[in-house]
Write a protein that binds this ligand. Structure first.
Ligand code: DQA
Length: 138
């Protein structure tokens, strides 16, 4: 089973960035733990701060992978292009957020991904990614 985690802007700073919201664990560390925990899954990870690169990656994997776990970060709230890319592909996409975006500023309540995603998981810290992965494995 081939699953990819795609992370959007500023998520390369996890571990350093706003630790009170996003925690103190760098994503790479969390990712290797996840890989070790699910050895039967071919799990990969891509991060970009650039909207077009995220769209390119979604298109590249979106006709062959079994699932995409997508945290488009701030672009979730602004990007018609990423929403359209998710709509255009065949692989199921689970939208993930580390924080509970509905408990934050109003502009974070809107998402262009949610209406076209298979499901949405948010507010469980980095564990949100694992819950998404589990739902694909199940
Ligand atoms: C985030 C929530 C977004 O509103 C924010 O812009 C992020 C991270 C999250 O995982 O909680 O960068 O997607």
């Amino acid at each position: 089973m081939k699953i990819i985690i795609i992370n959007g802007p500023n998520l390369n700073l996890l571990g350093k960035r706003e630790q009170n919201i996003y925690g103190d664990l760098p994503f790479e560390e969390f990712f290797s733990t996840l890989q070790n925990k699910y050895p039967s899954v071919e799990l990969s990870h891509f991060q970009s701060n650039i909207e077009g690169e995220l769209i390119d990656k979604i298109q590249e994997v979106g006709f062959s992978y079994d699932g995409i776990i997508l945290n488009a970060a701030a672009y979730s709230h602004t990007s018609v292009g990423i929403g359209d890319a998710v709509k255009a592909i065949e692989s199921p996409v689970i939208e993930v957020h580390i924080s509970n975006t509905f408990a934050r500023e109003e502009f974070r309540h809107q998402s262009y991904i949610s209406p076209v995603a298979k499901g949405v998981i948010l507010g469980f810290g980095l564990h949100s990614y694992e819950l998404a992965l589990q739902s694909f494995v199940d």
